[in-house]
Design a binder for this molecule. Structure first.
Ligand code: NAD
Ligand code: 3PG
Length: 525
């Protein structure tokens, strides 16, 4: 039974779903990295929010880990390249807390507009300072949206409902989408110059880090109010403090900080500064949503191989998984075969799906081919890192589909381009489940690709089968299956033999020395 650790505070529905789906679950929150390292080896899955840092070091101790599930959106607390290198799938729940976070941004915008926290503190201190707190209306004001993805779009919708004008800066926002959202797409400089309120909704990347730098804050309209419910690091906190102190910035509300937990900050105590402790996603509704989603996704993966919302692997629904699994087995074998047989540098690999296979989700099949292919070159390849490794090695990957059926109702053809030209291997599924090779470098040959095998190319001439059978028999090597194919009578022939044990170099040399043999190689699957 797979076992999952929930290491951050999560709604109890997560643990219930894991148990309902046949996954054992421990909930141990608040562990230090050292304590987590000591126990992580026991688990197949790790369910987290933003507190647990899944570092390379933690992953090195995670000997059984298959999946990290983030109940939420941001995965900057997970070392995804290190997880990919270890074959650990990283998934998040991209929509479960979007509405809640958008609402928090709007709440902070109103809190700034009417100085709610300071007015509350003053009133509860018995001061009744009615004349001190003069607010501004949001109606008719311009909201500058930096990042118009899931959360940004919801914020825009709510702001339009409040009769604000919305301008958006997002390099990936199309004009059509902007029109659909009812926002005006602008450059960052235009946004800075026009916005009365600015709200940030981007991930933290090299491009967005310090997007509100000292220089950009200086370009904002005097009296601007700024909200950040996305990620610490998007705003230069020191420059923000200066802007508040000088009065250029009329107010700022941060839910997220460069360093979290933010137990101290030069911003604390600054007039017109509001902070919340990373509460963007903290509503009952959002936490139930993300807990249910993460547990369902992780259980699907651990129990039936379904992959949804993975950041380092193609998606594969739990319904698709049983249908695709035999194809992935076939794909991996064909990738491995071509990797073992093709000589020299390979700069392109084409994966053709023909007949019934053309209808399938191509990404898992491609990953499986690449896993098989690269597995002949490195031991560290897996379904997760195979496409990245292929790209790093300069291998172009092509996916081609042909609906038309040929001799077989379903086929996968894997072709590689080498200095000697293109060479391909072809396989099908017998009875929709049993992988079978049906063509090798243009020669029809039907074979199961299993265990240790010997591949021989020879001149088609009488007596050869007897000679190789005798040679292997005398060496005590038992032949499991025997598959023959040839281009034409008397031409080049291919022999694929499965044997009960791996053939050593000395015996292979004897096979190569048999009359008519052009090539002999040991293969393994
Ligand atoms: N405070 C919280 O508790 C909380 C809760 C949920 C999400 N978040 C954070 O909110 C952020 C947004 O989440 P989302 O679900 O909307 O993500 P999303 O991926 O749907 O949207 C992000 C948007 O940012 C845009 N973007 C990327 N680079 C940009 C750049 N250089 N300049 C401008 N725009 C750029 C993208 O095109 C995209 O439209 C994430 O950082 C997420 O981690 C915080
Ligand atoms: O990216 C997110 O989903 C938010 O930052 C929420 O983080 P949390 O789950 O720790 O509240």
């Amino acid at each position: 039974m797979p076992k999952v650790l929930i290491s951050d505070k999560m709604d109890p529905r997560a643990a219930e779903i894991f148990r309902e789906r046949g996954v054992e679950v421990d909930e141990i929150t608040g562990k230090t990295p050292e304590e987590l390292k000591a126990i992580i080896g026991e688990y197949d899955g790790l369910a987290i929010r933003s507190s647990t840092k899944v570092t390379k070091e933690i992953l090195e101790h995670a000997t059984n880990l298959k999946v990290v599930g983030r109940a939420g959106i941001g995965v900057d607390n997970v070392d995804i390249p290190a997880a990919s290198a270890k074959g650990v799938v990283v998934m998040n729940t991209p929509f479960g807390n979007s509405i809640t976070t958008a609402e928090h941004a709007i709440a902070l915008m109103f809190a700034l507009a009417r100085q709610l926290p300071e007015a509350d503190a003053s009133t509860q201190a018995g001061k009744w300072e009615k004349n001190r707190f003069m607010g501004v209306e949001v109606t008719g004001k311009t909201l500058g949206l930096i990042g118009a993805g899931n959360i940004g779009s919801i914020v825009a919708d709510r702001a339009l409902g409040l009769k604000m004008k919305v301008v958006a800066f997002d390099p990936f926002l199309t004009e059509e989408r902007a029109v659909e959202l009812g926002v005006t797409k602008v450059t960052l400089d235009e946004l800075l110059a026009r916005a009365d309120f600015i709200t940030l909704h981007t991930p933290l990347t090299d491009q967005t880090r310090n997007i509100l730098s000292a220089e950009n804050l200086a370009k904002t309209k005097k009296g601007v109010r700024i909200v950040n419910c996305a990620r610490g690091g998007l705003i230069d906190e020191a420059a923000l403090k200066e802007g508040l102190d000088s009065g250029h910035i009329a107010g700022a509300a941060l839910d997220v900080f460069v360093t979290e937990p933010a137990k101290e900050s030069p911003l604390f105590g600054t007039p017109n500064f509001i902070s919340t402790p990373h509460l963007g996603a903290s509503t009952t509704e959002a936490q139930v949503n993300v807990a249910i989603q993460v547990a369902e996704q992780m259980a699907d993966y651990l129990v039936s191989g379904g992959v949804i919302n993975a950041l380092n692997m193609p998606s594969l629904s739990a319904e698709e998984a049983p249908k695709l699994r035999p194809y992935m087995g076939l794909a991996e074998k064909l990738g491995s075969l071509v990797g073992q047989l093709a000589h020299g540098a390979i700069d392109r690999i084409s994966i053709h799906r023909e007949g019934a296979a053309a209808e399938l989700n191509p990404k898992p099949i491609t990953s499986a081919v690449l896993k098989g292919f690269l597995g002949t070159q490195t031991a560290t390849v897996n379904m997760v890192n195979a496409p990245v490794l292929a790209r790093d090695r300069g291998v172009e990957v092509r996916e081609i589909r042909t609906e038309r059926e040929g001799d077989y109702h379903t086929l996968l053809r894997v072709a590689v381009r080498t200095a000697d030209g293109e060479r391909s291997v072809v396989g099908t599924l017998f009875g929709d489940s049993a992988p079978r090779l049906v063509e090798l470098f243009g020669i029809k040959v039907e074979a199961d690709l299993v265990g240790p095998m010997i591949y021989v190319v020879n001149e088609d001439a009488p007596g050869f089968i007897g000679r190789i059978g005798t040679l292997l028999g005398e060496a005590g090597v038992n032949i499991g299956t025997f598959h023959l194919g040839r281009r034409e009578a008397g031409g080049e022939a291919v022999l694929l033999l499965s044997v009960d044990e791996t053939v050593d170099a000395a015996l292979l040399a004897k096979v190569k020395a048999l009359p008519g043999v052009k090539t002999a190689m040991a293969l393994s699957f």
